[in-house]
Design a protein around this ligand. Structure first.
Ligand code: FES
Length: 350
């Protein structure tokens, strides 16, 4: 047992793991327990040499140490200083602020003093996003997105021309002239107490002049002439009543022989002798009928029913020089006064 060398901690741990995993070695077999120890990789090598073969534990910061042996080996390697310079942990992913700073440094064309970061990475000149990042502030999201896109595209953001259009002079708005606005403006100018007084005085003066002019003119009634021609006697056949001049002249022209047996043409005034209404000629009943109170008159003009107190009146009629019948309303003939016997009240026909 004297030639048996003393096991290191690492070897002890390796043996313990093997026993726990395989259980192949029994407790009484000491030789068997030594064999696995000889199979372990470089069991006799000094602990200080192990870090040269195995990668340093600090090169993989993301993975946890596998076992206590590894931890110990790493510690020893550090202590011995043979492990070489430990690698720095991988650089953290770039933040948006860093990307912005890099983009701005590119945009500046490298004119800004760029400091070399650790590991040779160029560092952009301190800018607003970088300063904001340094101070803990975050730039606006829009700016960040545009800067990231430009950085990814590898081109500088386009320069926006800063030439601004000159401001247009503001002209007063012209409102359209409407009828209401026109008369409103006119009224605001003209309707003043002074103007109203003058307008009233002028109106009164004009009215006074008109009244004076009317006073200077004679009073007269504009009527049609009382004498008018009604055509030849042949236009009025026997036994007929013509209403041709009833509306315009107010007379009927009658040709009959029923008054005294002689054929004659006379003109009857179309005014009821009761209260002055205008009777109608009823051809079927051969009579004049007043619509107001029902007075009736024969074709001769003699009243026979209703309140009319006397016959209709005749007007003057004659044959003019030209052979036309001429009626004269300026003269009247009443039957109750015996005036119908006047030759001026009729024209005798054959
Ligand atoms: Fe003709 Fe009275 S007015 S009947």
């Amino acid at each position: 047992m004297a030639d048996k060398k003393q096991l290191t901690t690492e070897e002890i741990l390796a043996l313990a793991r093997k026993q726990a995993a395989g259980g192949s070695s029994s407790g009484g077999d000491a030789g068997a327990s030594e064999a696995p120890a000889s199979e372990t990789p470089a069991p006799e090598a000094p602990a200080a040499e192990q870090p040269a073969e195995t990668p340093p534990a600090e090169s993989k910061p993301s993975t946890a140490p596998k076992s206590t042996a590894d931890i110990l080996a790493a510690a020893r390697a550090q202590k011995a200083g043979g492990g070489g310079e430990a690698k720095k942990p991988a650089a953290a992913p770039k933040s948006t602020a860093d990307i912005l700073a890099a983009a701005r440094a590119q945009k500046g064309g490298g004119g800004a003093p760029a400091a070399q970061a650790e590991g040779g990475k160029p560092k952009a000149a301190p800018s607003r996003p970088a300063a904001a990042a340094a101070s803990g502030e975050r730039p606006p999201l829009k700016e960040m997105v545009s800067a990231v896109k430009q950085a990814q595209a590898g081109k500088a953001p386009p320069k926006v021309p800063s030439r601004a259009a000159p401001p247009k002079p503001k002209l007063p708005k012209k409102e359209p002239i409407t009828r209401r606005s026109f008369f409103g403006a006119l009224a605001s100018i003209t309707i003043t107490p002074f103007a109203l007084a003058w307008a009233a005085m002028g109106t009164i003066g004009v009215l006074w002049l008109l009244a004076t002019a009317r006073y200077m003119m004679p009073n007269m009634v504009l009527e049609l002439p009382s004498k008018f021609k009604i055509g030849p006697p042949s236009d009025y056949p026997p036994g007929t009543v013509s209403e041709k001049y009833k509306a315009s002249r107010g007379v009927w022209v009658v040709n009959t022989d029923q008054y005294d047996g002689r054929g004659m043409i006379y003109a009857l005034l179309s005014i009821c002798t009761h209260l002055g209404c205008t009777p109608n000629w009823l051809e079927g009943e051969q009579k004049f009928k007043c619509p107001c109170h029902g007075s009736g008159f024969y074709i001769t003009g003699i009243n026979f029913e209703g309140p009319a107190p006397r016959p209709l009146e005749r007007v003057g009629i004659r044959v003019a020089e030209d052979g036309m019948l001429e009626v004269d309303k300026s003269v009247m003939f009443q039957e109750e006064l015996g005036q119908w016997a006047d030759p001026s009240s009729y024209v005798e026909v054959a």
